[in-house]
Design a protein. Structure first.
Length: 356
């Protein structure tokens, strides 16, 4: 069930870098089943700031075997929620926390020998390190290559923790660092793009022998790597991605303009938690914004198309969707949409938030 939050107490707050804060929550025993997760999934944090409800999604950086629920919040300039966490939230405070969700995850299987390639940039390491720890704990036959891009060692989240993991795992974890602001004699300098993959990575690693790729970072990097892997004929189903953005403007929902939209208003039936709600909304606003304006309790988080919190399924009617990266092709074919990226293109619409 989406959109269900529980108040959890913060029992740890520490700085991993100057602007990256690690938060650990106390999960009471009676709520344990609500917070079971797979490596790579995220939770939504919710709080009222300046008399406005703000939600943000953050990937879990612990693995299920650690019996801890932790996230990393990286403060960005002008970031309302991230700076609130960095400057105002302390140990002993409570935050509203959703149950874990998301389709960017790793399912462990100890009986298969695999080579896994994990790729992260900046705070994109948070779901990736959860996967790495889960694999190392549960899959003794699996080896991991981790490519991690950052500006400098000082900006690198989990730099010391990753070094410890590499030492403990011996030959099962190989870490490749690339930095864009400072040079280090034993690490690469530059950016992760198709040229770097072709000239460096593909010369070191037989990419066609990789069982699966998991990539998390900014869109340009993710797209460049995806496209390069396609050019060397890596199957699409072997590549799993999640986009991380640093949103300078964290508040508000960008309107999506479509030439297909007619003027006027439409009738919509919304199914949430097995209950139907009816509203009349404007054609010219995106679906999430319109439904929130009507006071409906629709599941959402980032409002930018980066997560899957606002995924619904069109049961009747039509929509036009701008960004679709979070959804798989088969999910789109089955009628699933990102509400924050969709505008209605029919006079009547039925959408369910209970199908995903």
């Amino acid at each position: 069930m989406k959109n269900v939050f529980h108040q959890l107490k913060i029992i740890e707050k520490s700085f991993l870098t100057d602007d990256a804060v690690l938060l650990t929550f106390d999960v009471p025993t009676d709520l344990g089943t609500y917070f079971n997760f797979l490596p790579g999934q995220y939770i939504i944090l919710r709080s009222e700031i300046n008399n406005e409800e703000i939600r943000r999604s953050y990937s879990i950086c612990t693995s299920p075997e650690e019996n801890k629920l932790s996230v990393v919040v990286k403060a960005i300039e002008g970031g309302l929620f991230s700076n609130f966490i960095k400057d105002e939230i302390e140990i002993g405070h409570y935050l509203d926390v959703s149950s874990p969700e998301g389709n960017f995850f790793y399912s462990t299987s100890e009986k298969i020998t695999k080579n896994i390639f994990l790729i992260a940039a900046g705070s994109g390491i948070t779901p990736i390190i959860s996967m790495a720890k889960g694999i190392l704990h549960n899959e003794p036959l699996t080896t991991i290559t981790l490519l991690f891009a950052n500006r400098s060692i000082e900006d690198t989240i989990f730099y010391e923790h990753l070094a410890s993991l590499q030492t403990e795992s011996k030959d099962r974890l190989k870490i490749i660092y690339i930095f864009s602001r400072k040079t280090y004699g034993n690490h690469y300098f530059g950016k992760v793009d198709d040229v770097f993959f072709n000239d460096i990575i593909h010369q070191e690693i037989d990419l066609k022998q990789i069982y699966s790729f998991y990539i998390c970072g900014p869109e340009e990097m993710v797209k460049n790597i995806q496209n390069y892997l396609y050019t060397i004929e890596i199957a699409k189903d072997k590549i799993k991605t999640e986009l991380f953005y640093s949103l300078e403007n964290e508040v508000g929902i960008e309107q999506i303009v479509s030439e297909e939209i007619k003027s006027g208003r439409i009738e919509v039936e919304v199914i949430v938690n097995q209950e139907s709600y009816f509203a009349t909304i404007d054609h010219t606003k995106n679906l999430l914004e319109s439904l929130l304006d009507e006071g409906l309790d629709i599941p959402y988080s980032c409002k930018k198309g980066n997560c899957s919190s606002c995924v619904g399924k069109v049961m009747s009617g039509t929509i036009s969707m701008k960004e679709t990266d979070v959804l798989m092709d088969y999910e789109i074919e089955e009628g699933f949409i990102l509400s924050c990226q969709s505008v209605p293109t029919s006079e009547k619409l039925i959408i369910s938030y209970d199908e995903y």
